[in-house]
Design a binder for this molecule. Structure first.
Ligand SMILES: [Zn+2]
Length: 236
């Protein structure tokens, strides 16, 4: 199984690329390189299309890591005929959907900076996202909304930086999520930094400046169990 070069790790703004089909697994296609984000770290897999040499398009309904092999699988609609191995295709993501995930995922990093408590879970979905905190005391919805929008308005630049697994292990304070472990095991981990706001290892896709997130609001804070609070954020 050849590995897929994940182009979005360096440039999350790439909307399409040309790729070669390297394999067919179940109802999925593997490519030599891809702009499709693979579901993980609380962020959904990308959807979009593959454009074949004859101009026909195949719909991609999800992008997942195959459990047995770890292959980066572009999952086709059940109905779709599979392209041939070796075919040159254009892989194009549903950009509007992905850009929403980028804005929301970056917003969750702002939320980490606002609420000083360990994160126990979280996920990003269309138009909203949530993080769960290990936090016994109640927090004020309006205060969190205000603090979030202040950080967003600062319009701080985002940087990616790669460090080795060993370097990360020697700085455990960088890891904010207890439930979602950082993407280790490849030798290197990517750090996502929003200048003066937040720094943490993360494999997700992020906007290049915090201002791109736009105005948001905390729609709900739920108490989950004895000391967990779930904070749900939506675009305002
Ligand atoms: Zn993240």
């Amino acid at each position: 199984m050849t590995t897929t070069v994940k182009l979005y790790n360096e440039d999350p703004y790439l909307k399409e690329c040309t790729s070669t089909v390297t394999g067919i697994v179940d109802h999925g296609v593997t490519l030599d390189r891809s702009v499709f984000y693979c579901q993980g770290g609380g962020q959904p897999g990308d959807t979009g299309v593959l454009v074949l040499p004859n101009g026909s398009t195949k719909k991609i309904v999800n992008t997942i890591s195959q459990r047995e092999t770890g292959a980066h699988l572009h999952v086709l609609d059940e109905e779709e005929a599979l392209p041939e191995v070796g075919a040159e295709v254009t892989a194009r993501i549903d950009w509007e959907r992905r850009y929403g995930f980028m804005r929301m995922h970056s917003c969750m990093h702002m939320l980490c900076a606002v609420i000083d408590a360990p994160v126990t879970g979280g996920s990003v979905s269309e138009g909203r996202a949530r993080l769960d905190f290990d936090l016994p005391e109640p927090i004020d919805k309006e205060a969190v909304t205000d603090a979030l929008n202040k950080l967003i308005q600062q319009d701080q630049p985002r940087h990616f930086r790669w460090i080795t697994d060993e370097e990360l292990q020697s700085q455990p304070e960088l890891v904010r999520t207890m439930s979602v472990s950082p993407p280790m095991g490849h030798g290197e981990v990517r750090l996502v930094e929003f200048e003066q706001i937040d720094l943490q290892p993360c494999g997700g896709t992020h906007v290049s400046r915090s201002g791109e997130i736009g105005e948001v609001r905390v729609s709900k804070i739920e108490k989950k169990g004895k000391q967990n609070r779930r904070v749900i954020v939506e675009f305002a």
